[in-house]
Design a protein around this ligand. Structure first.
Ligand SMILES: NC(=O)c1ccc[n+]([C@@H]2O[C@H](COP(=O)([O-])OP(=O)(O)OC[C@H]3O[C@@H](n4cnc5c(N)ncnc54)[C@H](O)[C@@H]3O)[C@@H](O)[C@H]2O)c1
Length: 270
């Protein structure tokens, strides 16, 4: 399917690794110019690699999405750049609490602060900085990367799950507010994708186990996947990117305020 994404440029946050990186590569493969944001310094090299590999214009900005002033400055750089106007924003940057939260009383209230700042306020900062731009240019698409954890009261990491649920709710508010400006707002929720963030969940689980219960990352994931996921296998970052690119494109021109779960059937709504 030709998604015709070459008219504008795409802004991807959390683009230095994992799912954000796969999304950036998929836009580049389709010939779309890119702005990559990440708080990791490796984002600069990632931008060079993508530009060399796919022959598209790519800018890189080190930005911590939890800091409003950094997000606003990064948007100014995007507007001042020579790239075509931003039509697609994909916000993938997020963190877990780094603690195994089952039961939640294992956590301290202070364990909630970082996920709230990065996952919730990060989305708020990106939304506030980009929405006026989309309104003034008469359209645009936001895709937020959520999680199935935000839909099922996942006990693994309650601060992470709760912030992902909040992201989902705010995505719908944004979709209603911005529809009259031809701005669409959607969410893609991955299930289990092999990334640093996913591996960190296993690590925090492992720290709490006795030797008898210890399992490798692969064993732990296989048990979880077979128990929970009807299709019975990992999702890949490219699986997630495919859904993101479709939602970003005009092929999804009548779709707003929606969630696509790329989770092998883990969550089924009716
Ligand atoms: N991997 C999974 O199984 C899974 C499942 C469900 C949802 N998700 C979601 O997918 C998205 C991407 O996660 P991933 O698995 O690729 O993780 P990842 O850790 O591989 O990548 C996250 C990226 O975000 C960046 N980042 C983190 N905090 C930041 C900040 N404050 N400012 C700017 N950049 C920041 C990191 O440097 C990293 O490059 C996240 O929203 C995550 O919640 C992942």
């Amino acid at each position: 399917m030709d998604l015709d994404l070459t008219q504008g440029s795409a802004l991807v946050t959390g683009a230095a690794n994992g799912i954000g990186l796969a999304i950036a590569e998929q836009f580049a493969r389709d010939g779309c110019a890119l702005h990559l944001w990440d708080h990791s310094p490796t984002v600069t090299q990632v931008a060079r690699n993508i530009s060399d590999q796919f022959s598209v214009a790519v800018t890189a900005t080190r930005v911590d999405v939890s800091v409003e002033t950094e997000v606003n400055e990064a948007v100014r750089q995007v507007v001042d750049s020579d790239l075509p106007s931003v039509n697609y924003v994909v916000h993938a940057a997020a963190v877990g609490s780094g603690r195994f939260g089952f039961p939640f009383t294992n956590l301290k209230p202070t364990d909630w602060v970082k996920p709230l700042q990065v996952n919730m306020m990060g989305m708020v900062h990106v939304a506030h900085a980009i929405a006026p731009l989309f309104v003034s240019q008469g359209g645009g698409s936001f895709v937020f990367i959520g999680s199935v954890a935000g839909q099922v009261g996942s006990q693994t990491d309650p601060p992470y799950s709760a912030t992902k649920a909040a992201n989902l709710n705010f995505m719908q508010c944004m979709a209603k507010d911005l529809a009259k400006h031809r701005v669409r707002v959607n969410m893609v929720c991955p299930g289990m994708v092999k990334t640093e963030l996913n591996q960190a969940v296993w690590q925090s689980w492992l720290r709490q186990q006795g030797d008898a219960q210890a399992m490798s990352y692969e064993e732990w994931a296989e048990e979880k996947i077979l128990a929970l996921i009807p299709l019975g296998r990992w999702q890949t970052a490219e699986d997630v990117a495919n859904a993101v690119l479709f939602l970003s494109s005009e092929r999804a021109g009548q779709i707003t305020g929606q969630i696509i779960n790329v989770d092998g059937g883990y969550v089924m709504h009716w």
